[in-house]
Design a protein. Sequence first.
Length: 207
Amino acid sequence: MEKFVTLTGIAAPLPIINVDTDMLIPKQFLKTIKRSGLGKNLFAEMRYDDDGYERPDFILNQPAYRQSQILIAGENFGCGSSREHAPWALLDFGIRVVIAPSFADIFHNNCFKNGILPITLPQAVIDQLMADARNGANARLTVDLPNQQIIRPDGQKISFDVNPFQKQCLIEGLDEIGLTLAKTRAIDEFERRNRTEKPYLWSSPAQ
């Protein structure tokens, strides 16, 4: 998993509440188990018309926001089914941070497991960041995870909370597999000791 420490990037405004995972990545794109290639299908039903052409009014189709790495959204972001393809699609598009008043729990946890930082802030602060994001190519925010701060274009700093364990995993780029591999030496030592103390657990069953 790619490490997340500090990010400065374009923020795209998406003032929609209850953005569910089917809006993020419609069900017809869930056949793959690969994490790559889903970015083109992110918000597919909002980004494209029935003939597959881009809708010019959708925010991520607009030139200033095609390279967005931060999304400013409405409350209850990521609700609906628990599909992990939703954060996969966001990440493959280039989104590393989603800022909203609230998130669905499963989606929130899936973000951390895939290298995306979800930040929860009061609606009044979201409104300020939404206004910043509407400045197009000038909508650049800095997200400083170690210091838990968002720096607005005018230099104002906004603090946010994050679970300490999930924060450290993002900074170190560790998902659940990475966390397990980091304990390889301790696991090997346990197995060696366990083989000696309880050999009957390691013997082959009688034929």
